[in-house]
Write a protein that binds this ligand. Structure first.
Ligand SMILES: O=C(O)c1cc(=O)[nH]c(=O)n1[C@@H]1O[C@H](COP(=O)(O)O)[C@@H](O)[C@H]1O
Length: 275
């Protein structure tokens, strides 16, 4: 999916919501645990309930990897199900990979070739040759960690040299590797006030913004400082949507939570005259 197609989808759905499929087997409603593939059944119900309100899904690979081979099968079934039934929805592999070039090539092949993901989250720490193998696929995206939502972000990402903080260096340097057509950046919603500075360096790029919902980030603040003329935002919520309820009504609750966020997003898009 390219930049314009993503923006068109945002306008059509009046939403820039990304639903995070952090499908923790320990939190999946009990009645699903007797099925052959509880994680897939859970994801399928969540996707069917939320697809009309969302433009992206982001399975976090950790929640699948931890189950061994079975987890990889649940993941593959989930992404194939989404591509087959909701082909216009953007798929993010939240894998946070990145290694020497020869190894990154294999990660890229795993997620962008063997599975139908549109994008993958990548850590920038190992530099250019660790990132560029992911950029070799047409219409696929790297989502580079810039300023993360967690407390530990302050340990390294604010390190400053020559009046430039490390996350700003990541934003600037990585523009030599990719463009707004194949690179996005992760910026945590919990650091929304930094989005003004970030937009000075990357005015046009899309930003993946996790941290609303369970981590307490504000959607309004994110939109205020981060929205650009193509919206330029994919705002993720995982636990706040998929685990809104743990009973047999979990999918209805997820639908309600995603609807609420979509309605807020619609207002924000209107305020910016994008729809
Ligand atoms: O790359 C990410 O998606 C990510 C980056 C970041 O800075 N903070 C962050 O929370 N995430 C991910 O976004 C999701 C947030 O989940 P919730 O806090 O449950 O909404 C998890 O999958 C995190 O791993």
């Amino acid at each position: 999916m390219n930049y314009q197609a993503l923006f068109e989808q945002i306008k059509k759905k009046r939403s820039f919501l990304c639903v995070g499929l952090d499908s923790d087997i320990k939190k999946i409603p009990a009645h699903l645990l007797n099925t052959e593939d509880p994680v897939f059944e859970f994801n399928k119900a969540i996707v069917d309930a939320t697809a009309e309100f969302t433009v992206a899904y982001k399975p976090n690979i950790a929640f699948y990897e931890c189950l061994g081979a079975k987890g990889w099968i649940s993941l593959e079934k989930t992404v194939n199900y989404i591509k087959e039934n909701y082909s216009d929805i953007f798929l993010i592999a939240d894998a946070k990979r990145g290694d020497i070039g020869n190894t990154s090539k294999m990660y890229a092949s795993a997620f962008l070739e063997n599975m139908p993901f549109d994008s993958i989250t990548v850590a920038p720490y190992m530099g250019e040759d660790s990132v560029t193998p992911f950029l070799e696929y047409d219409n696929k995206w790297v989502i580079l960690l810039a300023l993360t939502s967690n407390k530990g972000a302050f340990d390294l990402q604010f390190f400053e040299q020559n009046n430039q903080r490390l996350f700003e260096r990541v934003l600037e340097k990585s523009q030599e590797w990719g463009t707004k057509e194949n690179m996005m950046y992760v910026v945590g919603a919990t650091k929304a006030e930094m989005l003004g500075d970030i937009r000075k360096i990357v005015p046009e790029h899309f930003l993946l913004v996790p941290g609303v919902g369970a981590q307490g980030g504000s959607l309004q603040e994110v939109a205020k400082y981060g929205m650009n003329n193509a919206c330029g935002l994919l705002v993720n919520s995982s636990r706040g949507i998929i685990f809104a309820d743990s009973s047999e009504k979990f999918a209805e609750a997820a639908k309600e939570e995603s609807r609420k966020l979509q309605e807020e997003m619609e207002l924000l898009l209107k305020e910016k005259s994008l729809i």
